[in-house]
Write a protein that binds this ligand. Structure first.
Ligand code: AMP
Ligand code: MG
Length: 324
């Protein structure tokens, strides 16, 4: 853990920052605590929670809970952890709400694209077709009462790459809260979760495109703006997959979502990237407490759209009463 002690202090609280690699990226935590000892203990507990989540939700780790259920849950229910159930339930709700644009059962196709990026060549058409037959969110069933998962078919693979980091940011924030640290932010590359603001401030300031947002008790995710692209004959294919064509997105789109929690923001940002600017924005406008900024570039033309709620966010930040 890299611990950075920041000079900022407000009243009897000081600002601390720490960074650790998790889930294939760097997790950064900023928090306000009375002293370094309290801060260091809180960082350790929060990072450990993220590590625990990775062990359950990772599609890279062969022995993760996620990779085990694709064997044990075929044809009959398999009990899962609260974390995995919650992430899958949020994913399935998003799949329904986005007409399947968000689909965590795309694992077989996503793996082919990952291989393709490594080899710098497009996935084989027949292989994609075959992999596609093992995908489809309707083949994944959840039973809330028994906290279990059933998969319709052998050979399915689940991939939570579009939602797990946002969920982990939420959980890290929750861990800090339970330790009495309410003023904190978690940043995992494009996925950020904010608790109460720094003392005396209205929110945590972040820059999104040209807008400055001041946020508290909210989460922001940005999708689409990635270095993870495959360049095939001058055409760039994103690591985000369109479930219908099974192809990496070729549209140039960056989606930023603000919502009450990280799992939602993360998932919706990925889904809206698939849907495209206009249909994506229509869905966002229908969702409760969700705001979006979409920047799409087509034929050299940059098109920037804000949802109604996003425009309000850039104007309103009501000061928070100074509390510990
Ligand atoms: P994000 O950076 O949050 O947009 O997530 C991108 C990651 O989500 C990819 O690397 C895949 O692991 C996964 N993914 C790709 N396409 C989809 C999709 N249509 N629905 C759900 N997850 C996806
Ligand atoms: Mg996402």
């Amino acid at each position: 853990m890299l611990l950075i002690t920041l000079t900022a202090s407000a009243g009897d609280l000081r600002e601390f920052e720490a960074v650790e690699p998790h889930m294939g990226t760097l997790f950064r935590i900023k928090l306000y605590a009375a002293d370094e000892q309290h801060a260091a203990a809180a960082f350790r507990t929060a990072f450990d929670r993220v590590r625990e989540l990775d062990a359950s939700l990772s599609d890279y780790k062969a022995d993760s809970e996620l990779n085990r259920i694709v064997v044990t849950a075929v044809g009959h229910p398999a009990g899962v952890s609260e974390d995995l159930f919650h992430v899958l339930a949020t994913s399935q709700k998003l799949a329904e709400e986005t007409g399947g644009a968000f689909d965590v059962t795309l694992g077989p196709v996503i793996r082919l694209w990952r291989e393709a990026r490594k080899n710098n060549r497009l996935p084989d058409k027949l292989a994609l077709e075959e992999a596609g037959k093992r995908c489809g969110y309707r083949k994944l069933h959840l039973d809330k009462a028994n906290r279990s998962v059933t998969l319709d078919q052998a050979g399915m693979q689940l991939d939570l790459g579009g939602i797990a980091k946002g969920y982990a940011a939420d959980m890290a924030l929750g861990t800090l809260k339970r330790l009495g640290i309410h003023r904190a932010l978690i940043a995992a590359s494009g996925d950020l979760a904010f608790g109460d603001p720094p003392p005396g401030q209205c929110g945590w300031k972040i820059g999104v495109d040209s807008a400055i947002l001041e946020l508290r008790n909210a989460a922001v995710s940005t999708s689409g703006d990635s270095e993870q692209r495959l360049d095939a004959g001058g055409k760039l294919y994103s690591h985000i997959i369109d479930p219908i064509s099974r192809m990496g997105l070729t549209s140039r789109i960056t989606v930023t979502i603000v919502s009450p929690n990280g799992a939602l923001s993360d998932g919706i940002a990925t889904a809206v990237s698939v849907l495209g600017a206009q249909p994506g924005m229509e869905i966002v406008e229908r969702m409760d407490a969700v705001a979006a900024l979409i920047v799409a570039t087509e034929a050299g033309m940059r098109n920037r759209t804000e949802s109604t709620r996003f425009s309000r966010l850039t104007r309103n930040c009501v000061p928070d009463p100074h509390k510990r």
